[in-house]
Design a protein around this ligand. Structure first.
Ligand SMILES: Cc1cc2nc3c(=O)[nH]c(=O)nc-3n(C[C@H](O)[C@H](O)[C@H](O)COP(=O)(O)OP(=O)(O)OC[C@H]3O[C@@H](n4cnc5c(N)ncnc54)[C@H](O)[C@@H]3O)c2cc1C
Length: 264
């Protein structure tokens, strides 16, 4: 039996083809739109935020005054522009850019809760039908930290029982389909807390929503612990989209994040 820590890696994010983007802006709004790009792009912390702003500005052709006769002034600052969009609850522009996370050594308790979020996500989860565990690895939640050795002894007993059942099969003589069937049958004995891994891609609108729901005080401790890490990464990498999130420390040492603009 091994103790593990849940790990969060942001392994991917939306990138722009800047050459094509400039061509598009020239076709759409000539010199005015290109000048907007020249002013905005060097100051942008991420292409995800740049894409979000471009998607928003296309709606009213608000890359500069004169492109849309109905528009007499525009917000020139990206920060003001994104904040204003968030405050109005115009969330759809935050669906264009996504991030991909690898959550490693997380429990099935966590993954089961994560996959309840259906909108704007892509998921690939370790198959415990195919992958036969070599041992049981678990994270110990703070509530059981003082009973760590007791917890360990229980899991070791489970591991022994699992191994004795597993050893009844002659794995080397089984074909892959048979192995898969028995592996899947045996996993029913493994605990919900068993460490596994999942790749999760979500757009920024969804990430804002999931951070808010899953770091709430009433959320389960592991998902709150993990989405605190997600929130920190997002705030650092995408300060315009997540700038309105503030955190407070909860009695169990985890953090709860609330956005100023809840409906977006
Ligand atoms: C603290 C906490 C406790 C929970 N306890 C339980 C529990 O005891 N039992 C249980 O079963 N679940 C529980 N859940 C899960 C919860 O009910 C949701 O299923 C889960 O959080 C997914 O959130 P979501 O519905 O916002 O879905 P998402 O997929 O994240 O959707 C985002 C938003 O899109 C909209 N949307 C999504 N799907 C639809 C749809 N089909 N039709 C219309 N609008 C849609 C909604 O506005 C939704 O909020 C709990 C969640 C939390 C955070």
């Amino acid at each position: 039996m091994r103790f593990v820590e849940p790990k969060v890696y942001m392994i991917g994010e939306t990138k722009l083809d800047l050459g094509q983007t400039r061509l598009m802006l020239r076709a759409l709004g000539g010199r005015t739109a290109l000048e907007w790009m020249s002013r905005t792009s060097p100051n942008s912390r991420s292409e995800g935020e740049l894409l979000t702003e471009i998607a928003g500005r296309i709606c009213y052709k608000s890359f500069g005054v004169g492109l849309n006769p109905n528009v007499k002034k525009i917000r020139t600052s990206s920060k003001e522009y994104i904040q204003n969009t968030l405050s109005k609850g115009d969330g759809s522009i935050f669906e264009h850019a996504s991030c991909t996370f690898a959550f490693i050594d997380v429990s099935r308790v966590f993954t089961h809760e994560l996959v309840r979020h259906r909108v704007g996500v892509a998921i690939s989860q370790e198959s415990l039908r195919y992958v036969r565990p070599t041992d049981l690895a678990l994270w110990i939640p703070p509530e059981l930290a003082e009973r760590k050795m007791e917890f360990k002894a229980i899991v070791e007993r489970m591991e022994e029982d699992y191994k004795s059942l597993e050893n009844d099969y002659d794995w080397d003589s089984m074909n892959f389909d048979e192995k898969k069937r028995v592996t899947s049958a045996l996993r029913r004995i493994a605990p919900d807390g068993m460490a596994t891994s999942i790749i999760w891609t979500a757009n920024h609108r969804t990430i804002r929503h999931v951070i808010t729901m899953r770091t709430a005080e009433s959320a389960e401790v592991e998902i709150r612990y993990i989405f605190d890490k997600v929130a920190r990464v997002m705030k650092r990498k995408f300060p315009l989209i997540y700038g309105d999130f503030q955190h407070t420390k909860l009695p169990d040492g985890t953090w709860s994040w609330r956005p100023k603009f809840v409906k977006a």
